[in-house]
Write a protein that binds this ligand. Structure first.
Ligand code: WTA
Length: 645
């Protein structure tokens, strides 16, 4: 099949979809010509205590100020809970929880979820947490993670979730940056038959976190963990001591809802800040449109709540829309490679949303594990996190979805709050490997290195020319960094950090990051973070880290390491460095290759030429380009000869 082959809109979907090609075109036109009117209407999809009269007030220049619905008042937890109870849907299942162990699962109705949220919200208030305080969440994929988020929202506390796969160091630096007041964690997590020592990690992290006054601990595996008197409290005891209702805090639309740390090309991770009104509208709008979600459907996003995908598409989007959302504690290959499809059949999942890295891993095992399960309930399938190669796309489409289910390849970022570019199942024909067209209200463009707009079929840097409600508002505690990172490369435009191609049909094909961010199994990582972890090792003088092509993970982590004078390279030291990086950042940052580099290719002014290092890592040594500006071109010869196979 040629690259640009179209896969038509399914008539069966188009005939019943909320958005068709015609209605989409009308939405796109109105969002452009009358953004205030369009978004005033769309804002009605969430519950307001005071409906907004001011809609859009945004500027990408100067101080960069982004405000949506700025005089509106609401509480995000009310949109996700109370109003469904008021509508008589209290007994509908809100969350299906599927454990790591295939024999463990549970169901929580909207009424039950409301009660759990209120109890924990009250417990946090009793511990002195007030509107605007930051709360760190370091929990596994259990129902309590969603409860924790919504309980924070209930009392106006700003949650900051740290993925359970991060190390104590990564946890403490995030807690310190936003000065969180309490931490919500568990004794242990479970993943693929193994235990994750969350409380032990938390205790280690909290040695250097004076802002934390209390820790609420979920008894999850029942492991024997140390509880520090006066500081640590069992979650179930705190909940039981509180009433089952809790008055929601009245929040302004622009009050913060959460902070989520994400990697950039420089420095330590940034606290991406999202506010309440615009984010909730965006979460609900995109979840309904992109997945063509219909009331009563079972929806499953396989992400972890530690990432933005889990925030928007496991918790806030689906719950705002009154969906039944499935939370999965496990991994795709445990106990075997059929697990995903076994879960789909068990819970009759209609909408399934996962990452290309998972699809590639399953594809490698062949069709057998897929065919063992029926998958008849599936209707729409999504992909997110990294470019999906056409081969994986087609396998997903043909083998998993049996050419019945449209594939939505959704492009977005932590910063964007929700999906920006994606097909809509009833409105946009698909092309394998393309995220296709922007959603109504999203205005992407491609620019060259100088910021000049490129027209027609072309390739360039992906920017967004105007604001959308779900956009991040600032970097927590560092607005200048927000402006510098996103609005200075191409003044007046939001720069995504991604490159993209646009074809004759106006379809976007994301080609990947154009900065020093790499995407490892859908996890975003700054090469600078791995470098600083490496140079923190006493034997390392210098390090340069780049992405390399990796069959399953999309990108792997390739490290060039220069040792201190007198240190001997050895395989044992390689192993030690791998373990060191895992300990410093977390297992997701495990280096895939370490190459000893007597020297790094530098310009005469001392700048490392990463372009060359990327080519060597990718084994494209015939394309090194111009090396004449290097201080010492001989360095390159050595690196090429000794590249890690
Ligand atoms: C990449 C995850 C191609 C992209 C939601 C982006 C994608 C980064 C896609 C954001 C996609 C995400 N096609 N690339 N469908 N989705 N990306 O912040 O490079 O963890 O900039 O958000 O992932 O990663 P983040």
């Amino acid at each position: 099949m040629s690259d640009d082959a179209l896969i038509a809109i399914k008539p069966s979907i188009a005939s019943t979809a909320k958005v068709t090609a015609e209605t989409r075109a009308a939405m796109v036109a109105r969002a452009k010509s009358d953004p205030d009117g369009f978004w005033r209407d769309e804002a009605k999809r969430i519950a307001w205590m005071k409906a907004p009269t001011k809609i859009k007030n945004t500027s990408f220049t100067g101080d960069v100020s982004i405000k949506w619905f700025e005089d509106g008042e609401l509480n995000a937890s009310v949109s996700c809970l109370d109003r469904h109870l008021e509508a008589g849907r209290g007994n509908q299942v809100a969350i299906i929880w599927e454990g790591d162990d295939p024999n463990s699962d549970s169901k929580v109705t909207y009424a039950e979820l409301h009660e759990q949220v209120c109890r924990i919200a009250n417990a946090m208030r009793a511990l002195g947490v007030k509107k605007g305080d930051r709360v760190c969440i370091y929990l596994p994929m259990i129902v309590e993670a969603a409860v924790a988020m919504l309980a924070c929202a209930r009392i106006g506390a700003v949650h900051s979730i740290v993925f359970g796969g991060f190390s104590p160091d990564s946890l403490s630096s995030r807690i310190q940056d936003s000065e969180c007041k309490i931490l919500l964690t568990a004794d242990e997590g479970r993943r693929g038959g193994r235990k994750v020592p969350l409380k032990v990690n938390a205790d280690e992290a909290l040695k250097v976190c004076p802002s934390i006054e209390h820790v609420l601990v979920v008894r999850n595996t029942g492991a024997d963990v140390a509880m520090q008197a006066g500081r640590d409290i069992w979650w179930h005891e705190a909940a039981a001591a509180q009433p089952a209702t809790c008055a929601p805090e009245r929040m302004n639309a622009e009050d913060p809802l959460f902070i989520l740390y994400t990697s950039g090309s420089t420095g330590k991770p940034k606290g991406v800040l999202h506010t309440t009104g615009g984010y909730m509208v965006w979460a609900s709008f995109t979840h309904e449109l992109v997945f063509d979600y219909r009331p009563g459907e079972i929806y499953w996003c396989t992400a972890d709540v530690g990432w933005v995908t889990g925030h928007t598409y496991i918790v806030y989007g689906p719950l705002a829309n009154g969906a039944t959302t499935l939370m999965f504690e496990g991994v795709p290959n445990y106990p075997d490679f059929g697990r995903m499809w076994q879960v789909v059949d068990k819970h009759q999942v209609n909408i399934f949303y996962t990452a290309p890295t998972a699809i590639r891993a399953l594809m490698r095992e062949g069709e057998g594990p897929v065919k063992k399960h029926s998958r008849k309930s599936l209707r729409v399938m999504g992909s997110v996190g990294e470019p999906i190669n056409p081969e994986a796309w087609l396998w997903y489409y043909r083998v998993v979805g049996e050419e019945r289910c449209p594939i939505v390849d959704t492009w977005w970022q932590t910063e964007t709050g929700g999906i920006l570019i994606s097909p809509l199942p009833g409105a946009v024909a698909q092309k394998p490997g393309s995220a296709t067209l922007p959603l109504p209200g999203v205005q992407p463009a491609l620019v060259d290195g100088e910021g000049k707009f490129l027209e027609g079929a072309t390739e360039g840097n992906l920017v967004i020319t105007d604001s959308w409600p779900g956009q991040m508002r600032t970097v927590y505690g560092d607005h200048p960094r927000f402006i510098q990172t996103y609005f200075s490369t191409f003044p007046g435009l939001y720069f995504t950090g991604d490159g993209a191609r646009r074809d004759e049909d106006g379809y976007y094909w994301i080609t990947g990051r154009v900065d020093d961010v790499i995407n490892v199994a859908g996890h975003r990582m700054g090469t600078a973070e791995v470098e600083s972890a490496l140079v923190a090792h006493p034997k390392v003088a210098e390090a340069a880290v780049v992405g390399m092509p990796h069959e399953l993970k999309g990108q792997g982590i390739y490290c060039y390491v220069t040792l201190n004078a007198g240190e001997e390279p050895s395989d044992a030291l390689k192993k030690e460095l791998v373990a060191w990086v895992r300990k410093e950042i977390g297992p997701i940052a495990t280096p895939d290759a370490i190459q000893w580099a007597p020297g790094l290719p530098k310009t005469r002014s001392g700048k490392i030429m990463r372009r060359i290092l990327r080519k060597i890592a990718a084994n494209e040594t015939d394309q090194l380009g111009d090396t004449s500006t290097l201080a010492d071109p001989a360095v390159v010869t050595d690196l090429v000869e000794n590249r890690v196979q």
